[in-house]
Design a protein around this ligand. Structure first.
Ligand SMILES: [Fe+2]
Length: 229
């Protein structure tokens, strides 16, 4: 893709993340795993990540084919959307795929699922993962393909004080801010990156990357982005 062998960069990213002395417990893949609507791409992802002894949580992006993705990536260690619980934490994996739209949408049943899950997980902490950004990135072309009903999404989040963080993919760049006590984070791509604050599509020169998330029992999130040189 655009001169990058995305298989090579994914392998290099995995290799570096797995060699981290902190040892990962989980892989969280926030969408756009494949762009050709063929099962082979998902099968390749399954072969690369399915025997690492780690759960692999997946959710679809605008370039995915959600039904194919669900077919290949539903059996353990994979989970396609839904909720995963780890100690005091619930990881809520949302589907924002919208047909024929590079922007995202949370369907009514997905919003209901979020509300229901947040009500039932009140005694712990929640990290919500989705593909599309629910807040502006300050980049005109990217903000035109954001989460279309971000207002509805954030209204639900605002009702639940145990939502500690929201993390997304899609924007191919790192960002980290806070909104009403909730950590909002984007994660770089395992292939090429987009130039931050650009009004038009433009590539950045940054290498592949990933975000490390450390979820503490008291609800704190330690996080950093690692660039794969
Ligand atoms: Fe995307």
């Amino acid at each position: 893709m655009r001169g990058v062998n995305t298989d090579d960069t994914l392998v290099a990213t995995l290799k570096q993340a797995l060699a981290d002395p902190r040892r990962p417990d989980v892989i969280l893949a926030t969408g756009d795993l494949v762009q050709d609507e063929m099962p082979a791409g998902y099968e390749r992802f399954r072969d690369l990540t399915g025997n690492l002894g780690l759960p692999v949580y997946c959710l679809p992006g605008n370039h995915d084919a959600p039904s194919l993705m669900r077919e290949v990536l539903s059996q353990p260690p994979f989970q396609f959307c839904g909720v995963a619980r780890h100690g005091d934490w619930s990881l809520v994996l949302l589907n924002t795929f919208a047909s024929n739209d590079d922007g995202g949408l949370l369907a009514p049943q997905e919003l209901e699922f979020l509300e229901r899950t947040l009500v039932s997980s009140r005694s712990g902490h929640c990290l919500i993962a989705l593909h599309h950004q629910p807040v502006p990135m300050g980049s005109r072309w990217l903000d035109g393909v954001a989460l279309r009903n971000a207002g509805e999404f954030l209204t639900i989040c605002d009702r639940h004080a145990h939502v500690r963080g929201i993390v997304w993919g899609h924007v191919h760049q790192a960002s980290d801010r806070e909104r009403q006590g909730v950590r909002l984070m984007s994660t770089p791509s395992t292939c090429s990156q987009f130039k931050p604050a650009s009004d038009r599509f433009a590539l950045d020169t940054r290498p592949p990357g990933y975000r490390w998330l450390d979820l503490h029992a008291d609800g704190r999130i330690d996080t950093s982005v690692v660039w794969v040189e």
